[in-house]
Write a protein that binds this ligand. Structure first.
Ligand code: FSO
Ligand code: SF4
Length: 549
């Protein structure tokens, strides 16, 4: 087994025996085999697009199944068997259509003609394609590094494309690029420069995917507005919804209307409370429960209702709560309830409701505690006049975007300490699950401007980018001239895609931690540092001083 796609990779070098995330070598092997099959679909899909054949099913399938291979999404080997069968079937169907229309014979790549031996172990075949990929790619460590950067960034991009598509937002440029980049991973002769350019192109396309997702969310649910969210439970039956998928959250809200069940968000669904349409239509979208993903084994064990995981980050569940846990979409775990999609892409949540009603729920109201979310681009840019005035008058000295993923490692305390030490004339914008280290911290206001603003989920990095670009425009300066520093924490592949987007936009001086990606070689890091002054975090004191200097 070889996997180094996330930040918690073993010894900071790669998981070889067993994944630090709980992924076994068998699951890793079938994930690698699926990725190989997707690299085989890619040239067929591109040829089909060239000939005007409808590739939509293959496009969506490629994104969803790639999403399932991301960290903490799907641990169910059988689910990957199903995806692999589907990949080969879809590829062959499309190939037949292509060959019927094409006026000349087509010579397909090895990956595009690959057929697993269904009578033999798919795990062993996955291990073999994985060994071949490493053997073919790793002679040049820097090219291997960039190939992995592209591969992992593509996974993040695929997840955003998938979410956008669920909300009716699609763009063929995303799908075409995804196939082009997957096909490139089979190309033996690309130069270092080609791979750097391809990595930046992943960033560019990821910006488009996040823009579409933002449009999907805001068209359906309105622009987020600053909203107070209860952190205390209230008496009654309860369902907890985790992950990032707001469309699935809405489906749960629709199906639980008038059941008396209160719906709580968990983890990256906290920002859902900021969407006015959800709040108005579904008063039983009550509050938020728990903190970041890595605390779920404790939080879920205590939650007295049913729990639905819509996307990452799912941890291997404990037996205390296995029977009340439900997965859907790309998420899965062996022997854990899986809710199949219906035609409208959302499942029947009857079993979840039944489970919630059979569990005790909260016996009494807890003492009030609350937090605020909903400071997305519209909310912040609507008060940009006040922000600019406060900066001009010297009331706001600096902005820090402290955001990204959380995780279990102790060195992530850096981010908590960093925010603790931010001077009182500075404002902190935050997003993604890293915020749970300080999300309920009372930081006060500067004038009417809160000193701590939650922009949203990791995918709302689009909103944070628009805030930065909007302020730069209002000040009539470049974004790198703004009194703004980005202090980012990464964990999985969406964070890789977002980082590539920020680099594609030419954003400099980003500080990244808690450790640098294992798949970035020293030379590749040196290239990125030279061009963008990308830096590893050091200490909160030193980094704060450098940012404010
Ligand atoms: Fe966190 Fe997990 Fe949102 Fe990630 S819940 S770690 S970058 O999947 O996606 O921020
Ligand atoms: Fe290791 Fe991360 Fe891969 Fe899991 S996803 S096997 S923790 S590198």
């Amino acid at each position: 087994m070889f996997c180094e796609q996330c930040e918690q990779t073993a010894s900071g070098q790669g998981c070889h025996q067993w994944g630090a995330c709980g992924k076994g070598p068998d699951v890793n092997a079938v994930q690698d085999l699926l990725m190989y099959c997707l690299r085989g679909i890619a040239p067929v899909a591109l040829k089909a697009k060239e000939l005007g054949i409808d590739t939509h099913a293959v496009d969506v399938f490629s994104c969803e199944s790639m999403f399932a291979t991301m960290t903490n999404v799907n641990f169910n080997r059988k689910r990957f068997y199903h995806y692999i069968r589907e990949a080969i079937a879809q590829r062959e169907k499309l190939k037949t259509q292509v060959e019927q229309i094409s006026d000349r014979p087509i010579s397909w790549s090895v990956a595009a003609t690959y057929q697993p031996d269904w009578t033999d172990s798919l795990v062993a075949q996955g291990e073999e394609v994985s060994r071949n990929f490493i053997a073919d790619s790793s002679q040049d460590i820097d090219i291997f590094s960039l190939k992995l950067t592209v591969l992992y960034g593509l996974k993040g991009l695929a997840s955003y494309s998938f979410h956008a598509q669920e909300l009716g937002q699609e763009d063929d440029r995303l799908y075409s690029f995804t196939h082009q980049a997957l096909a490139a991973l089979e190309e033996p002769n690309l130069s270092l420069e080609d791979w750097v350019n391809l990595a930046m192109k992943v960033g560019e396309m990821n910006l488009l995917a996040m823009e579409l997702l933002d449009a999907g969310h805001t068209n359906h649910y309105g622009h987020p507005i600053p909203t107070v969210v209860p952190l205390n439970a209230k008496a009654g039956k309860a369902i907890l919804v985790s992950g990032h998928d707001i469309k699935q959250l809405e489906a749960i809200l629709q199906q639980t209307a008038n059941t008396g069940i209160n719906v709580y968000t968990h983890g990256e669904l906290l920002p859902a409370h900021g969407y006015p349409v959800l709040k108005q239509k579904y008063p039983h979208l009550y509050g938020h429960y728990g903190t970041a993903w890595q605390n779920q084994t404790k939080d879920f064990a205590k939650f007295p209702g049913a729990i639905v995981i819509t996307t990452n980050c799912l941890m291997p569940p404990h037996e205390h709560y296995e029977d009340k846990l439900f997965t859907l979409g790309p998420v899965g775990y062996p022997d854990i309830n899986y809710l199949e999609d219906r035609a409208n892409l959302t499942p029947d949540f009857g079993a979840v409701i039944h489970k919630a009603l059979s569990l005790p729920g909260f016996a009494e109201d807890e003492p009030p505690r609350q937090v605020k979310t909903g400071f997305a681009r519209n909310a912040v840019l609507n008060v940009s006049d006040q922000v600019i005035e406060a900066v001009k008058q010297g009331k706001i000295r600096h902005f820090f975007l402290v955001g990204g993923c959380d995780g279990a490692k102790p060195d992530r305390n850096y981010y908590t300490e960093f925010v603790d030490q931010v001077p009182s004339d500075c404002v902190v914008l935050t997003l993604a699950c890293g915020k749970f280290r300080f999300f309920d911290k009372e930081m006060g206001e500067i004038g009417n401007i809160p000193r701590l603003m939650d922009v949203g989920q990791c995918n709302d990095a689009y909103s944070a980018i628009q805030i930065a670009l909007g302020l730069a425009q209002a000040f009539d300066i470049g974004v790198n001239e703004l009194p703004l520093s980005m202090i980012l924490s990464w964990y999985e592949q969406k964070a890789v895609a977002v980082l590539l987007t920020l680099l594609y936009l030419g954003i400099k001086d980003i500080r990244l931690g808690p450790t640098l990606p294992a798949f970035i070689s020293p030379n590749v890091f040196a290239i990125l540092s030279a061009k963008y002054n990308l830096q590893a975090i050091t200490t909160p004191e030193a980094d704060l001083a450098a940012c404010l200097n």
